[in-house]
Each structure stands twice: as C-alpha cells, then as structure tokens.
Design a protein around this ligand. Structure first.
Ligand SMILES: Nc1ncnc2c1ncn2[C@@H]1O[C@H](COP(=O)(O)OP(=O)(O)OP(=O)(O)O)[C@@H](O)[C@H]1O
Length: 215
C-alpha cells in the first residue's frame, strides 16, 4: 500500500478568479474574455467613446449584455441583481447623489469606516453635514470613492475616479486603493492617465474598436 506524505496536499482545484468575463459583449464591443484575481488591479485605457464605461457597466450588470460574468466562480445570472451589485460595485465618472447632504448617503454602521477613511483623503468629518451641491467637484469625487469603498466591494469598478483631483489628493486616493487591494479587493479602473495605470495596475488593457488588448 502506498501512502502520500502528509505535506503533500490532496488534489484541489485552483480557486476561481475573483471576476471572470467569458464572451462578454454588447452592441458597442466584444466579445471580451478576461479574468481578474483577488487583490489585482487592471487598468483600462483607450480613446474617448471606445466603450470603457459600457464595459464597466456590463460587469456591474447595469447595461444589457451577452456572455457570462462570474464572481468567485458564481454566475451573475445565479443571483439577484442587487446581490451582484452589492459585491461588484460600479462608480461612474460622474456619480449620482440622491440625498441633500453628504452624510445621508451613508448608513449608521458605516460611521466607523468613515472616521478612518475621510481623514485618509483629507476630508473633514464636518463635510458630512454639508449639502452635496455646496461641495467642490474634488470633494464630491473623493466622497464618491469613500461611498464606494464603504460598501466593502469584492470587485470595484472605477470610472475616472481621480480626474478632478490635485496630485496630492490623487496620491492619497491611490494609497487608499492600494490598501484595499492588499486586503483582496479586485479593482478595474478606467483612467486616461498612463502614469496612474502604471502605478496601480499589474496589467493594462487597451480598448479600441470594440477589442480589448493587453498592453
Ligand atoms: N445607453 C446608451 N445608449 C446609446 N449609446 C450609448 C449608451 N451608452 C453608451 N453609448 C455609446 O457607446 C459608446 C461608448 O461609450 P462609453 O461611455 O463607454 O465610452 P468611453 O470609452 O467610456 O468614453 P470616455 O473616455 O469619453 O468616457 C459611445 O459612442 C456612446 O455614445
């Protein structure tokens, strides 16, 4: 009788990718086939109108699409849309606000997260009492990032999240995102900044004429 040494692990399938796109397509492009691992950042670049936002919105199941999207091996179609979007969070280039003040966009349980995260982006706690309309564009953009991260996404889809920020604020936002990546969040970020793509991402996708290529 032969026996395996204890140090040898039994045959195990590798863990599925955090996010997989299989034959994903819309009338604006595809099919797209790629995987993003837990803790990985992929940057998406390409000319204006190439379909980068549509790609992110398809991944969040917000735009019509064909093909399959999997989260940790589970198909998007196997769970209710709100459950999918709670884990695969999309932040638009111009995020929507539906309450009068900043603080009303956060749940009571998120206050601990806010106490930690607002200072990391140089946002004063008092800003939560401000009316959204009175915030600067850059304050709103940083607040949108805090709101997205407060949802503790498994996959975060960011569309030009630092376009309105000064260099120091960009650096703080990137440091915050790097910390989330270290904790296992997967990130897809659309950015027109090649420097930002290089700083954050292991892989850079280029989208043009409906085709996605790795740079
Ligand atoms: N709901 C929609 N209905 C009709 N056309 C749409 C819709 N959403 C996107 N499009 C079109 O799809 C194309 C891709 O748009 P998308 O916003 O994804 O581009 P993008 O690569 O993100 O551009 P940018 O860098 O300027 O933000 C554009 O031609 C746009 O007009």
């Amino acid at each position: 009788m032969s026996s395996k040494p204890l140090s040898e692990s039994p045959d195990r399938s590798p863990a599925p990718a955090r996010l997989s796109a299989c034959g994903l397509r819309s009338r604006f492009g595809g099919p797209f086939d790629f995987e993003v691992q837990a803790g990985e950042c992929v940057a998406i670049q390409g000319p204006s109108g190439a379909g980068k936002s549509v790609l992110l919105r398809m991944l969040a199941d917000l735009d019509p699409h064909e093909g399959e999207i999997l989260l940790d091996g589970r198909s998007c179609t196997s769970m209710p849309a709100p459950a999918w979007r709670a884990q695969v969070v999309y932040q638009a280039a111009e995020p929507a606000w539906w309450e009068a003040t900043a603080g009303e966009h956060f749940a009571h349980e998120q206050r601990g997260f806010l106490d930690q995260t607002l200072p990391a982006l140089s946002l004063a706690a008092g800003l939560l009492d401000s009316e959204i309309e009175r915030l600067s564009t850059g304050e709103r953009q940083r607040l949108a990032l805090v709101r997205s991260l407060a949802r503790k996404p498994r996959v975060l889809l960011l569309d030009e999240p630092t376009a309105a920020l000064d260099p120091a604020s960009v650096a703080r936002a990137e440091a915050l995102l790097s910390g989330c990546l270290a904790q296992g969040m997967a990130l897809l970020i659309v950015t027109h900044s090649a420097d930002q793509a290089r700083r954050l991402a292991r892989r850079i996708f280029h989208l043009e004429h409906g085709r996605l290529e790795t740079q």
